[in-house]
Design a protein around this ligand. Structure first.
Ligand SMILES: *[C@@H]1O[C@H](CO)[C@@H](O)[C@H](O)[C@H]1NC(C)=O
Ligand SMILES: *[C@@H]1O[C@H](CO)[C@@H](O)[C@H](O)[C@H]1NC(C)=O
Ligand SMILES: *[C@@H]1O[C@H](CO)[C@@H](O)[C@H](O)[C@H]1NC(C)=O
Ligand SMILES: *[C@@H]1O[C@H](CO)[C@@H](O)[C@H](O)[C@H]1NC(C)=O
Ligand SMILES: *[C@@H]1O[C@H](CO)[C@@H](O)[C@H](O)[C@H]1NC(C)=O
Ligand SMILES: *[C@@H]1O[C@H](CO)[C@@H](O)[C@H](O)[C@H]1NC(C)=O
Ligand SMILES: *[C@@H]1O[C@H](CO)[C@@H](O)[C@H](O)[C@H]1NC(C)=O
Ligand SMILES: *[C@@H]1O[C@H](CO)[C@@H](O)[C@H](O)[C@H]1NC(C)=O
Length: 906
């Protein structure tokens, strides 16, 4: 009873104390700090509604904050108050409609603010006085219809302002608002509702503006006569409703170098006679009239532009026999003819473009192309032929292009590649043959590409890599062969790629690599052969990777194979430089005999989905010798239990990820050896709120070095009725402090019990007596009124004292005193003829009290002893306090042993 009360009180007290000190676990509900850069807080797509709360615990050093793709409606006052060092904030793709005044208070170093894709209506009430260092502000894709002139004034370092996709109608108001932003160089007003540019009352100077984007508005007339922009170099007015140009406009933009008139109903003749001495780049897709037949006027315009180098004329309907005329009247270096309707390019159609360097012929529906097409283009270095219908490449097709460095042929239908197609391209560095339905590549196809360093043949239908396919590519660095149907790579086919650094063969059907396949790739750094059908179990004793001395990253994840036999020990032999190994989705049993001890430099290993019910300890045991590991990923492995010594020896481990497993408890001993741990990810495990996890809940408090991403969003597993947050569940009673109190409490209790039992033994009789007397007293209090007695007292005495009894006692009590008592006096009241013992019993029973007149004689008398015992028995059995004692003389040692036991109670 005692124990219970005290400990309960102590616990209550402790709980009260603990509630007062909040648990400051490192690991936030909605954000995590990037492993690579702890100053970057990633809060993307976490269904955040309350921004203030989501970011309030982030560390003060945070510089970059990405809260994109959430459900934030309001940016409250002082939301960022705890993060004064922020340089960049992304709040795009939320539903923000309100930005309270003072929302950005304290962000005096902020340089980049992205509020695009929200529902902001107005910037008027913003209190942005603190954003004095802001360089880039993006409020595109909102509902803004006007900008008050003063609202942007404090942003005097602003360089880029994006107001695209809003409902702004009046350009003048915007121009006035940015008028004093002396560093603003880019203004994006595309996709608004501007119709008229000439609404200003006076000339507005936009001194620093360099790029002005007014595309996708409804501007009818290009009239810049009220806006003086001495430094403007780029003007985009594409997709407007522009039918005319105010000729005086261009005198206000003397440095204009680039202009985009794409998709306007504007007739090119409006540019006749206009002075644009610095114009180098003209975009005029869907030009009016179209370039189908008469090119006289366009050429007149082009001729008047002395510096024109870059021309974009998509959807121009220019035909292949006409295109040369543009070449005649220009000195272009870049020509973009995408989506022009060329079916054939067979004559010397392009030879007039003498200075051309970059040519875009993508999406032109070209079926046929001839060598003669390229004659004269000796400066061409980049040729884009992507998305045409080219199905055949004739012999030496590109041979006139002696300067070609970059050739993109992707998305054509090149089922078959002629082995002489690429001859003479000996300056080519990059060749892209992606998604071309190529089925076979003949040997020596690339033989003259002596300078090729990048070859992309992804997403084709190649089934075999034959010997000599890549011969002579002596300086090739990157070869991309993923997403084909390759099932075998012949022994020597990669033999000559002696400088290859990156090879991807992912997503094929390769079932076998021999010990010579990668034999000569001595400089290879990255090899990806994931998602094939490799089993490795027909391995020779020599590893296929043995010669890859400089390989740093190897991906062999997800092989479509039934993994019958374990693979040989030597699989990773020779990979002494390997840093990253990905073996996702391969059952660990497959590696049972493999020695990982060759991988002495391994720092990162991904074992996601490898576990499948085996024992984790033996899995980790495999890589225990790789003691350089910093990043270990064991996600999605159905792990239910981790032996405490699993990670012993992984001293350098910084990042341990155990996401999507079935862990219920985390032992403290597990992480003890991991002295360098920085990130410990246990997201989506059914963690219990048990005492076993109490340490874990409190751990980060004492070790803020370790981040547990989304810790605050963990919930207690098994709480059926309502979710309880793992960190907020009070587990303090599990703590070590409480056990001290328990110890003290039980110690005190034991002590008390000890004392009590000692006391009981020593004073047993006294206690018992006391107990009975108490009971008697209580009973008497209750009963005294109810019972009727014949006598008030029975007088117990011995015959030697009768004289005193008659003369003193009875006289005083029966007749003299104020109150008259009725006494039972044996010589007078005993019924003659009855047994003496019966008389005594009756008398005691019928008397309220028994009065013992004690003297030496009394103590020696046997009858008196009997009377006392009978009276005492009433005390014990009837719970009545009946004894009164009168001492007639001094009786020394009354309670000593010589007195009969019966009298000791008197
Ligand atoms: C957001 O959270 C903060 C702090 O927890 C609180 O003061 C504020 O009222 C909350 N705002 C809303 C809109 O719920
Ligand atoms: C922020 O998140 C979005 C994803 O929603 C991403 O596109 C963007 O690049 C991220 N920003 C940075 C700086 O990483
Ligand atoms: C711009 O600055 C001038 C003087 O420097 C001042 O008169 C004017 O009010 C300012 N305009 C805005 C919109 O801040
Ligand atoms: C546009 O704004 C300017 C100045 O703010 C004003 O003078 C002009 O009347 C406005 N134009 C229209 C069409 O509202
Ligand atoms: C082309 O147009 C110009 C001016 O509009 C005209 O003089 C010329 O005759 C036209 N040429 C042809 C072949 O129609
Ligand atoms: C092209 O360059 C040549 C010589 O460099 C020059 O004479 C000619 O005027 C230029 N043509 C145009 C349209 O600029
Ligand atoms: C490769 O394996 C074959 C047996 O399949 C063996 O004869 C040959 O010596 C091995 N090559 C090397 C370089 O070890
Ligand atoms: C292992 O890594 C260290 C540090 O990156 C490097 O200096 C060393 O050369 C590497 N060892 C081998 C065998 O590549």
């Amino acid at each position: 009873m005692n124990y219970y009360c005290t400990s309960k009180q102590i616990i209550l007290l402790l709980i009260l104390i603990q509630i007062a000190t909040p648990i400051s676990a490192f690991g936030y509900a909605k954000c995590f700090l990037a492993y690579e850069n702890s100053q970057y807080a990633n809060c993307i797509g976490q269904r955040i509604v309350n921004l203030t709360r989501a970011i309030q615990d982030l560390p003060i050093k945070t510089q970059w904050l990405n809260v994109s793709q959430n459900d934030i409606v309001i940016v409250e006052r002082k939301s960022f108050f705890n993060l004064p060092n922020l340089l960049g904030v992304q709040l795009n793709r939320n539903q923000i409609s309100t930005v309270q005044s003072g929302a950005f208070q304290n962000l005096k170093y902020l340089r980049w603010l992205d509020l695009s894709y929200n529902s902001i209506k107005s910037l008027d009430k913003w209190d942005i006085n603190d954003l004095t260092d802001l360089r880039i502000l993006n409020i595109g894709h909102n509902n803004i219809n006007t900008i008050q002139s003063m609202s942007l004034t404090p942003l005097y370092h602003l360089q880029e302002l994006d107001l695209s996709y809003n409902y702004i109608t009046n350009f003048t108001t915007v121009a006035e608002a940015i008028n004093n932003l002396t560093e603003l160089s880019t203004l994006n007003l595309s996709s608004n509702l501007v119709t008229n540019l000439s609404t200003a009352q006076r000339l507005i100077t936009l001194q620093s503006l360099k790029i002005l984007d007014l595309s996708s508005n409804s501007i009818g007339v290009l009239d810049l006569s009220y806006f003086y922009m001495p430094n403007l170099s780029g003007l985009m007015v594409m997709k407007n409703n522009m039918g005319a140009i105010n000729a005086s406009s261009f005198s206000n933009v003397p440095k204009l170098a680039q202009i985009n008139f794409d998709e306007n109903p504007l007739n090119i003749s409006f540019l006749l006679g206009i002075q644009l001495p610095d114009l180098t780049e003209l975009h005029w897709s869907s030009m009016r009239p179209n370039l189908g037949n008469n090119l006289t006027i366009p050429c007149q315009v082009f001729k008047s532009l002395p510096k024109l180098e870059v021309l974009y004329i998509m959807h121009s309907k220019v035909s292949h026999y006409n295109i040369g005329k543009i070449g005649e009247c220009t000195n272009l270096t870049t020509l973009v003819l995408s989506t022009s309707p060329f079916k054939k390019l067979i004559q010397r159609d392009l030879q007039m473009f003498k200075y051309i360097k970059v040519l875009y012929l993508n999406k032109c529906k070209i079926k046929e192309i001839c060598k003669t097409t390229w004659i004269g283009l000796k400066f061409l270095h980049t040729l884009i032929l992507e998305r045409n219908n080219i199905f055949y490449l004739q012999d030496r097709l590109f041979s006139p292009l002696t300067g070609l460095q970059y050739l993109d042929l992707s998305k054509n239908s090149l089922t078959y590649i002629n082995s002489r197609s690429f001859e003479d391209l000996n300056k080519l560095k990059t060749l892209i043959l992606r998604s071309c339905k190529i089925a076979t590549i003949k040997p020596f196809t690339f033989r003259s590409l002596r300078n090729l360093s990048f070859l992309d043949i992804r997403d084709n239908s190649i089934s075999r890599i034959k010997v000599k396919t890549f011969d002579r590519l002596k300086i090739l660095e990157t070869l991309l062969l993923s997403e084909n149907k390759i099932h075998s790579v012949q022994g020597n086919s990669l033999q000559e790629l002696v400088l290859l650094k990156k090879l991807t063969l992912a997503n094929n059907n390769i079932y076998k690599v021999s010990n010579t396949t990668f034999h000569s790739l001595k400089t290879l750094k990255i090899l990806n052969i994931s998602r094939n059908a490799l089993s490795f179990n027909k391995l020779d004793s020599v590893s296929p990777f043995q010669k890859l001395k400089y390989l740093e990253s190897l991906d062999i994840s997800y092989q479509r194979q039934r993994y019958k036999d374990p693979v040989s020990e030597a699989l990773f032999q020779g990979l002494q430089s390997l840093k990253q190994l990905y073996i996702q989705g391969i059952p660990s049993s497959f590696f049972k005999d493999v020695s990982f001890s060759f991988l002495t430099n391994l720092t990162e290993i991904d074992m996601t989905g490898t576990f499948q019910g085996a024992d984790l300890y033996s899995m980790v045991e495999l890589i225990r010798k790789c003691n350089q590991i910093k990043y270990l990923r064991l996600d999605n492995n159905e792990i239910t239990n981790i032996p405490v010594d699993t990670f012993v020896g992984f001293n350098l481990l910084e990042n341990l990820s155990l996401k999507y497993n079935k862990l219920k408890n985390i032992s403290q001993h597990l992480v003890k050896p991991l002295s360098n741990l920085r990130n410990f990810d246990l997201f989506m495990n059914p963690l219990l709120c048990s005492c076993e996890n109490y340490w874990f809940q409190n751990w980060s408090k004492f070790d803020p070095q370790v981040q547990i991403p989304f810790l605050e969003s963990y919930i207690c597993f098994g709480q059926v009725t309502h979710e309880i947050s793992f960190v907020n569940q009070d587990l303090n009673f599990c703590g070590t402090d409480i056990s001290v109190y328990f110890f003290i409490a039980s110690f005190v209790l034991t002590l008390l019990l000890l004392v009590a039992s000692l006391v009981t033994v020593k004073l047993k009789w006294s206690l018992l007596y006391f107990y009975h007397m108490m009971q008697v007293w209580l009973q008497w209090r209750i009963k005294k009124e109810k019972k009727l007695y014949t006598y008030d007292a029975y007088i117990s005495y011995c015959s030697e004292d009768e004289d005193w009894v008659i003369k003193e006692l009875m006289l005083n009590l029966e007749s003299k005193g104020q109150r008259k008592y009725k006494l039972c006096f044996k010589s007078r009241d005993f019924i003659p003829g009855s047994y003496h013992i019966d008389n005594i019993q009756e008398a005691i029973k019928n008397s309220r009290k028994t009065l013992c007149v004690v003297s030496r004689n009394y103590l020696e008398s046997q009858w008196c002893k009997v009377e006392v015992e009978i009276a005492c028995s009433r005390v014990f059995y009837e719970k009545e306090d009946v004894l009164l004692v009168v001492f007639l003389e001094e009786i020394p040692n009354f309670r000593e042993t010589e007195t009969p036991v019966s009298f000791q109670h008197l």
